[in-house]
Design a protein around this ligand. Structure first.
Ligand code: BJW
Length: 244
């Protein structure tokens, strides 16, 4: 066992409130590509920043919907991995636990994590562009864009695109946790996208110990108290084991 793993386990053993922020890396071992991996196939000519915006959707909703439908189908074929399950178990081992995820895949919930704060929404839900509420789909005509079962308005995925506000409740609860926690775990995120990346900075300012789990260095790495280099699906179960 590395000394970093030992010191992270010791910090977690005496923690009062653990706040976790996860990103695409925790789902990589479930087979979901991370956001800043090169997009594959049809999508390889585009950057996520060019597809995950309201402007892109308004310009070409058919094209953006096809991207989301292909990702949604992939999510439905995947299963949580040992990293997701380790976090679900960690929740029961510390006095207070908050899990904030930037992921839109719902895998933490499927692994049994309680009270997950979905910072960037959920790809499995649709939202009506007219009523601005989560909505069901009207029966679809082949090749037509998904429409709201209630009002017939155009639907969009219930996710947060660049330039859009984070939903109020997860944003407030995540801020509160980042301010209050004494241990902050940043797992599988490039720490590039704000305001999510700012949560670790808030926790640091309030004196929390910051632990990063990522095979690669990020902008957060020089600020983190402990860095665990490797895949979350391997390291998180080892971390739980080391806490015993
Ligand atoms: C592994 C691994 C393994 C691999 N184990 N690890 C400064 C301050 C505030 C805002 C801004 C700012 N500068 C710019 C902004 C604006 C912008 C922003 O941050 N842009 C940056 C690109 C610079 N932010 C926004 O626009 C946000 N909104 C906003 O600011 O609103 C202001 C506002 C206020 C009031 C009213 C109106 C507006 C919204 C951001 C929304 C982000 N949305 C997306 C798409 C979601 C939908 C979808 O899925 O299609 O969210 S973008 C994309 O990035 C997605 C992710 O959640 C997010 C973060 O990516 P993540 O998870 O970190 O993934 P990757 O791929 O980057 O990294 C993966 C990591 O895993 C890597 O480090 C690997 O090494 C690692 N890894 N295998 C562990 N096995």
């Amino acid at each position: 066992m590395t000394t970093d793993l030992r010191s992270a386990a010791s910090v977690l053993r005496s923690a009062r409130h653990v706040c976790v922020l996860t990103g695409a890396g925790i789902s990589a071992e479930s087979g979901i590509p991370t956001f800043r991996d090169a997009l594959t196939g049809l999508w390889s000519r585009f950057k996520p920043e060019e597809l995950a915006t309201l402007e892109a959707f308004e310009r070409n909703p058919q094209f953006v919907w096809e991207w989301y439908e292909s990702r949604r189908a992939k999510v439905l074929q995947t299963q949580p991995n040992p990293g997701h399950y380790a976090l679900a178990e960690l929740a029961g081992r510390v006095p207070e636990f908050t899990l904030v995820t930037q992921n839109v895949d719902g895998l933490h919930q499927r692994a049994g994590s309680p009270g997950v704060l979905e910072y960037h929404g959920n790809i499995l839900r649709d939202r009506c562009m007219v009523e601005q509420v989560v909505a069901g789909r009207a029966p679809e005509a082949a090749g037509r864009l998904p429409r709201c079962a209630g009002c017939g308005g155009l639907l969009r995925p219930d996710v947060v695109w660049f330039g859009e506000a984070i939903p109020a409740e997860p944003m407030r609860a995540a801020d509160r946790a980042a301010n209050d926690c004494d241990v902050f775990l940043s797992i599988g995120t490039s720490s590039l996208v704000y305001p999510a990346a700012g949560l670790a900075e808030t926790a640091l300012r309030h004196g929390a110990t910051v632990i990063e789990v990522n095979p690669n260095a990020t902008d957060l790495s020089p600020l983190a108290d402990v860095t665990l280099r490797g895949p979350a699906g391997v390291l998180l179960p080892q971390l739980l084991e080391a806490m015993l």
